[in-house]
Design a protein around this ligand. Structure first.
Ligand code: VGL
Ligand code: ZN
Length: 202
């Protein structure tokens, strides 16, 4: 069984959002279209409390995009984003998919770029769900290529799924201009298959 994983298609990562990914909203229609071809579709949702440790605003003297240590792990600090029960955390209004949702990053002490596990190893339930649906192959799309898409795809691979990233249905943050390109290279090297949505047969 094949599944589509739609990563963090939320207002805060789209045009006008707190952590807007350039052209993030341009992939929504393509995702809607491809989703109709999958029997199993899941969404992930960045879902932070206001006091989340990844927010620069919760570290005195820090600025967004600074690098710090959080609970003993390397952490990039972000503007406040995807705060639970706010408009920014909602899915893009044009995203029209029937999907099972998995939230991540909901405890202040741990960030979560992966849709499978928070940074401290706590599972989101996604792997168990895919297992019950007999999924062996996952197609990953959404935001952002260089963070949550990348870590979700790497974890999928580690968990034994055949993993395909749909390049044209992802966009990156690019704190450094080459970050998205580097992330795709890293994924390819690890064994993730990079494809364009127009070339897949489902
Ligand atoms: C993400 C930064 C912080 C993402 C989430 O969805 O890629 N990036 N939180
Ligand atoms: Zn986040």
């Amino acid at each position: 069984m094949k599944a589509l994983i739609i990563v963090d298609m939320q207002n805060d990562f789209c045009l006008g959002g707190a952590l807007a990914v350039k052209h993030g909203d341009t992939i929504v229609e393509g995702i809607n279209k491809i989703a109709t071809r999958f029997k199993v579709v899941v969404t992930t949702q960045d879902w932070h409390p206001r006091n989340h440790g990844s927010f620069a605003s919760n570290h005195s003297g820090a600025e967004p995009f600074d690098a710090v240590t959080l609970s003993g792990r390397d952490q990039v600090l972000w503007p406040d984003h995807c705060v639970q029960n706010t408009h920014g955390a909602d899915f893009h209004p044009d995203l029209k998919v029937e999907a099972q949702n998995f939230v991540k990053g909901s405890r202040p002490e741990a960030d979560s770029y992966s849709g499978f596990f928070d940074d401290d190893g706590n599972g989101t339930g996604l792997h168990e769900y895919l297992t019950t649906r007999h999924v062996e192959e996952v197609y990953v799309c959404g935001l952002a290529t260089d963070y949550c898409v990348k870590f979700t795809a790497l974890d999928a691979l580690k968990l034994g799924y055949t993993t395909i990233v749909l390049e044209d249905l992802c966009k990156g943050v690019d704190i450094e201009p080459a970050d998205t390109r580097k992330a795709l290279e890293e994924l390819r090297t690890a064994g993730v298959i990079i494809k364009q949505s127009s070339t897949i047969e489902i």
